[in-house]
Design a protein around this ligand. Structure first.
Ligand SMILES: [Zn+2]
Length: 234
């Protein structure tokens, strides 16, 4: 994300084998430093590319939830963080990130500790003027329930659909509370059958317009605080 005053934030960075692509993207958008990095949770498809990003860029702050993974990918990320002299800040519900005076960035989850890494996903609500985004990482039903119970205003125009459109996420009650106009499903070719038809149906019944990386390539949302300009690669 790039804010009106030029602050930058990177939320996850894809798999290890795509790290060059990640760095190329950032370059393409003219990003030369990252004020905030958020690793939503330690799964490789989210944090895989973060080590290289940290090695290459000046970084202000890094947030991650308090859960570890016994993987080389996670170790390699911790090593990059150490080498850079950064200290990880704990991602948890209730945090307000100071990122841009005009943009409100609030962490909605994790509300409570879970042994399940997906349910420890950091969830962000980003509000700029009358426009809003809810970015859910791989949060599943358990975390959705906790977010609903927390009483936070979950409504957002744009929903980054949880867990790549898996059946484990986007429960009906949660979707109805968020009531998004647009949804983005971050998904590529995969052996899990993501996104699930059931979730696509649920979104369409809710009147949500769906964008998918596997069909449309890179998807970009630009907001002026009132309107969205949405561009897709194909
Ligand atoms: Zn994932």
């Amino acid at each position: 994300m790039i804010s009106p005053s030029g602050s930058t934030m990177l939320i996850d960075a894809g798999n290890n084998d795509r790290e060059q692509q990640m760095v190329d993207y950032l370059r393409q958008y003219g990003v030369d430093h990252l004020d905030v990095i958020l690793g939503t949770h330690p799964d490789a498809d989210h944090i895989g590319g973060l080590d290289v990003v940290i090695d290459h860029y000046e970084v202000g702050a890094i947030y991650m939830p308090k859960i570890q993974a016994n993987t080389k990918t996670f170790e390699s990320l911790l090593e990059s963080i150490r080498d850079k002299g950064l200290k990880v800040k704990t991602a948890q519900a209730g945090l307000q990130l100071e990122w841009d005076d005009q943009v409100q960035v609030e962490m909605i989850a994790p509300v409570e500790y879970s042994e399940d890494s997906n349910n420890m996903s950091a969830v962000l609500k980003v509000t700029y003027g009358e426009t809003s985004f809810l970015l859910t990482g791989d949060a599943e039903r358990e975390s959705e329930k906790a977010m609903l119970a927390s009483g936070k205003d979950l409504s957002a125009d744009v929903l980054l659909v949880g867990h790549h459109g898996s059946k484990s996420s986007t429960s009906l009650t949660f979707l109805q509370q968020v009531a998004p106009k647009f949804a983005v499903i971050q998904v590529g070719e995969n052996s899990y059958g993501h996104p699930k038809q059931e979730i696509l149906n649920r979104l369409s019944k809710n009147g949500t317009q769906v964008y998918r990386n596997d069909l449309q390539g890179t998807i970009e949302f630009a907001s002026d605080g009132q309107h969205y300009e949405i561009t897709t690669e194909r």
